[in-house]
Design a binder for this molecule. Structure first.
Ligand code: NAD
Length: 496
């Protein structure tokens, strides 16, 4: 039974992990400080979490280095590493409802989505990567006779991972598991808004048999703990997901410290284009509404810009507006709610500043207001603007909220030009039933993922990541492993 009463029971009985995990032990911050984790749907303090800073990061990096040098993880047979990670997947699966409740309480996400989608998918992704562990082959180079060239993928050493609050558990899995599969040690810093599921991941990894120091989880603020990881002289690689502004800081941190490799998954302002030859406009509207309103629009690849062909614009915008009623804000623990809470009051206020600006820039056709649920919380109505000029702030900047900016186009060339008119290049979607157009348009859109007749598809088999200021490198797929390895050439001359 997974109704509202069930989820309130799970939420009332779930344990909040609050201690950092460093060198295989659950520890408070060296300073003894804590920060309050707040439920954005109610304003209540859920728990006080260890507020780690530079000293804790130093301890975690040292533990990760020791584990790496001792070879407790990287030197295990690949099949043994796979077994540990598959056991972790089983332990996580057994706790799926508790993890979903933690995620929902921590950042306002609908528990229905956390349970049915986000956490369940992340565990599948963990399993997918784990199964790769004993299937990574190396190369032998075509050298002259008498020589053998081995080209091997080797782990980098200590990987730092700094992740955001919008998909806290998923982002932790996307970063940590390929790094672990490759044989590295990891120091993970979750976002201060949403530390619980990352901490639980660290606890269960130890239970599954991951040796001490191989996965350290260090909660704390970005400007202290995150920065310390970025500037650390003994971190070999930093994998980041978050805003473009902070992504740029990590490039600087690297340049100011040890030139660690930096991989960035940053912001987006993803276009969705609807062509007049799309045969099922109702379906396209379902997809685009879900693409912008899922997770309250707090999705890096959200379809936040909509371009509709002039000939179908009136009909299509009516379909979009009609769908907003499905996304009525409500108690995130109630499976019948349409939209959860924004991550916190500060972010909700920021999104509302964009909405207010949008009212002067374009035509508001749905939403545009905050909402209260049971007299509390940071809720925002699903909001749609039409006739948005390309120069409008709401068409250019990442709002990271349930706000759709729509406009029209006259021909294919204009649609492509509008879609590419952005500093971002994370994802795009096009709706058309003309196969030639599918190829023509998708080849000319500058985005890491171009989805045709679907919005925001995610699968571990395909890479995810962006062009331009959406970042560098790719998460998911076999290509994710590349980020956490380097190539070592061993040249053997066996005939003198
Ligand atoms: P953010 O950049 O503010 O924070 C992300 C992480 O960086 C957090 O752990 C935070 O503590 C840390 N951080 C913040 N300031 C820091 C600093 N000065 N030095 C070091 N670390 C610092 O982003 P957010 O608000 O948590 O997340 C929203 C952003 O994440 C959006 O821009 C969204 O597009 C992006 N995002 C991108 C992807 C992707 O795959 N491309 C996925 C999810 C989210």
């Amino acid at each position: 039974m997974t109704d509202r009463a069930y989820w309130h029971h799970v939420a009332a009985t779930v344990r909040f992990p609050t201690l950092a995990i460093i060198d295989g032990r659950k520890v408070p911050a060296v300073s003894g400080s804590t920060f309050a984790s707040i439920n954005p749907a109610t304003g209540e303090v859920l728990a006080d979490v260890a507020e780690c800073d530079t000293r804790d990061i130093d301890l975690a990096v040292a533990a990760a280095r020791r584990a790496f040098e001792a070879g407790t993880w990287r030197d295990q047979p690949p099949a043994a590493r796979k077994t540990v990670l598959l056991r972790l997947a089983e332990l996580l699966r057994a706790e799926l409802p508790q993890l979903a409740a933690l995620e929902s309480l921590d950042m306002g996400k609908l528990v229905r989505d956390a349970h049915g989608n986000d956490i369940a998918n992340a565990i599948n992704i963990l399993q997918w990567h784990a199964e790769e562990a004993d299937k990574i082959y190396d190369e032998i180079a075509p050298l002259p006779a008498g020589n053998v060239g081995l080209v091997r993928r080797v782990p980098l050493g200590v990987v730092g991972a700094v992740v955001p609050w919008n998909f806290p558990f998923n982002m932790a899995i996307w970063k940590c598991i390929p790094a672990l599969v490759a044989g590295n040690s990891v120091v993970l810093k979750p976002a201060e808004q949403s530390p619980f599921t990352a901490l639980r991941l660290g606890e269960l990894a130890l239970e599954a048999g991951l040796p001490a120091g191989v996965l350290n989880v260090v909660p704390g603020y970005g400007e202290t703990a995150g920065k310390a990881l970025g500037l650390h002289m003994d971190v070999d690689c930093l994998a980041f997901t978050g805003s473009t502004a902070v992504g740029k800081l990590f490039l600087r941190y690297s340049g100011e410290s040890n030139m660690k490799q930096v991989w960035l998954e940053c912001g987006g302002k993803s276009p969705a284009i609807v062509f007049p030859d799309c045969n099922d406009l109702a379906y396209a509207a379902d997809q685009i509404a879900s693409g912008i309103f899922y997770n309250q629009g707090q999705v890096c690849s959200a379809s936040s810009r909509l371009y509709v062909h002039k000939a179908i614009a009136t009909e299509f915008m009516d379909l979009i507006r009609a769908r907003t009623v499905r996304y009525r804000p409500g108690d995130p623990l109630d499976p019948s709610s349409g939209l959860g809470a924004m991550v916190d009051a500060k972010h909700a206020a920021n999104v509302m500043r964009y909405v207010e600006a949008g009212k002067y820039e374009a035509d508001l056709i749905a939403g545009g207001r905050t909402a209260e649920v049971n007299g509390a919380g940071s809720f925002i109505e699903p909001t749609v603007f039409a006739n948005v000029p390309p120069s409008a702030t709401i068409a250019r900047e990442e709002i990271f909220g349930p706000v759709l900016a729509a406009s029209t186009f006259e021909d294919e060339a204009e649609a492509i030009r509008l879609a590419n008119d952005s500093i971002y290049g994370l994802a795009a979607s096009i709706f058309t039933d003309d196969l030639s157009r599918v190829h023509r348009v998708s080849e000319r859109i500058t985005a890491g993922v171009v989805a045709v007749n679907v919005v925001d598809p995610v699968n571990p088999a395909v890479p995810f990541g962006g062009f331009k200021q959406s970042g560098t490198g790719r998460d998911l797929s076999r290509h994710a492993i590349d980020k956490y390895t380097s190539l070592r050439t061993t040249w053997i001359r066996h005939r003198h």
